[in-house]
Structure formats: structure tokens, C-alpha cells
Design a binder for this molecule. Structure first.
Ligand code: GLN
Length: 244
């Protein structure tokens, strides 16, 4: 088996080590003897979405999100929408999450019209939402996800999109409705930056399985020794639950 990963805008959207999520996916695949090839596609480069199984988009500052708009609307928008509709797997973080929605209106009045692959929109507020946080993941029963958020944007989901889970500590999508992230088709979108997948190996494998299963039919992943990762997860989850 092999998995082809597309890293969208790797040099523009990459905050807090978001790229580490790619390293984590690659490593966990190779440890199981599954081949993986990652290709970066950035500004000025053509995206041919059918070439890939899984797309990763990291976060970015308002400035960077505005900078890539012209490129996004020169063809990548339609490719991404088609890939989402076709059941390709996406992991989108923060600014990348916002990019999949309809628009992001920044707190100082700039309008970023995004691609509307998911029915959601984002409105910036002056006070940023920053910190380690903890949320549930509806599909991973009994599991929590530990993450780090830093955003001005408050995201609101439309009818066809469900959240990834509920915030247990922190702010999540907007600090108002208790929801975190978005799930639609095989898109996983979250505000959680940085080492999301290393700290949440169960979520990482779930996403990898989603992508592999679309290509190969039902796939089971051999278990790995996640003692260290799960210890890190538990430590952080306990700390966040105690500081609510
Ligand atoms: N610039 C966006 C915001 O502030 C996204 C931030 C991010 O990706 N960390 O909401």
C-alpha cells in the first residue's frame, strides 16, 4: 500500500510546527511498511487533486491568508472543492480550516473570500483565543484531543457540517457554542496547531485509515507502541481538566 500526501502552501501556511503533522503521518505509515510520498504545492504551482489521497493545510496569519487569495482563486479552489466532494481526506488547521469555508472577515475589516468547500464562515474578533485546549472527538468514543489554539477568527458551521467534537477546556470554533472543528465528507478541520497528531496518535491513525480505506477498501492498521505519545496526551489532558 502507499499513500500520496499533498501539502498545500507548505511555505505560506505553516505556523507552530504544523508540518510536524506530516512527519507524524509519514512515520506512522512507514513503521507499518506503508509507502508514503509527500508533495508540496504552493503559490504558482498547479494542483492536480486526483494525484493525491490526503491533503494537509496548515495555519497562517491574516497577512498570509490574504497573500494566497489570488493564487487560490486561479484554479486550486475548484480542484479542492472537487477533491472534497470526491471523498478525498483533508486535514486542515486553523487558517487552513478557515480557507475551506466561505469567507474570513478579519477583525480590522478585510474580507478574504475563500472557496466554500465547506458550509462555514469566520469572523475575526480583536481579542485572540490563545492557549492549550482540550476537546472530544465524536467519532473516537471516549477519547479526548489535546491541542493548542491561537486565532482571532470565530468560525460558525452551517447546516451540512458537523463539529469534530465539543470543547472541554479552551475556546474552540468561536468560544460561544462549545463546538470545535468541522467534519464533512472526509474532511477533518480543527483549530488545533502544532503537534496535534504526535500528541493524539489515535486521531492520526483514524485519519490515515480514512484515507487508505478510500483507496484500498477497509484497512486495518497494525498497532504501534504509543506509550510515550499516550503519556504525553494523558498528562496534558489531566492538566487541562484541572485548570478549567
Ligand atoms: N489568521 C487566522 C486567525 O487569526 C488564522 C490563525 C492561525 O492559523 N493561527 O484567526
Amino acid at each position: 500500500m502507499e499513500l500520496k500526501i499533498c501539502h498545500l502552501y507548505p511555505d505560506v501556511l505553516n505556523l507552530y510546527g504544523d508540518r510536524g503533522n506530516i512527519l507524524c503521518m509519514e512515520r506512522r505509515l512507514r513503521w507499518r511498511g506503508i509507502e508514503v510520498r509527500t508533495t508540496g504545492v504552493s503559490v504558482g504551482e498547479r494542483l492536480n487533486a486526483p494525484d493525491y489521497d490526503l491533503f494537509f493545510v496548515g495555519g497562517g496569519q491574516d497577512f498570509e491568508q490574504e497573500v494566497l487569495l489570488e493564487d487560490l482563486h486561479s484554479g486550486k479552489d475548484a480542484e479542492i472543492r472537487a477533491a472534497v466532494a470526491d471523498g478525498k481526506t483533508f486535514l486542515a488547521i486553523c487558517g487552513g480550516y478557515q480557507m475551506l469555508g466561505s469567507y474570513y472577515k478579519t477583525w480590522d475589516g478585510h474580507q478574504c473570500d475563500f472557496i466554500g468547500a465547506l458550509d462555514l464562515y469566520t469572523v475575526g474578533c480583536k481579542e485572540r483565543m490563545i492557549g492549550n485546549y482540550l476537546f472530544t472527538c465524536d467519532e473516537l468514543k471516549g477519547q479526548t484531543v489535546v491541542g493548542f489554539e491561537n486565532h482571532s477568527g470565530k468560525t460558525y458551521l452551517g447546516g451540512g457540517v458537523r463539529p469534530m467534537g465539543r470543547v472541554l477546556s479552551g475556546r474552540g470554533n468561536n468560544g460561544e457554542d462549545g463546538m470545535e472543528g468541522a467534519r464533512y465528507q472526509n474532511v477533518f478541520a480543527t483549530y488545533s496547531h502544532g503537534c496535534l497528531l504526535p500528541k493524539n496518535p489515535v486521531l492520526c491513525d483514524y485519519i490515515l485509515k480514512t484515507a487508505l480505506s478510500r483507496r484500498y477498501g477497509v484497512v486495518e492498521l497494525a498497532p504501534l507502541d504509543d506509550t510515550l505519545e499516550l503519556d504525553a496526551h494523558e498528562y496534558m489532558a489531566r492538566r487541562l481538566q484541572n485548570t478549567k
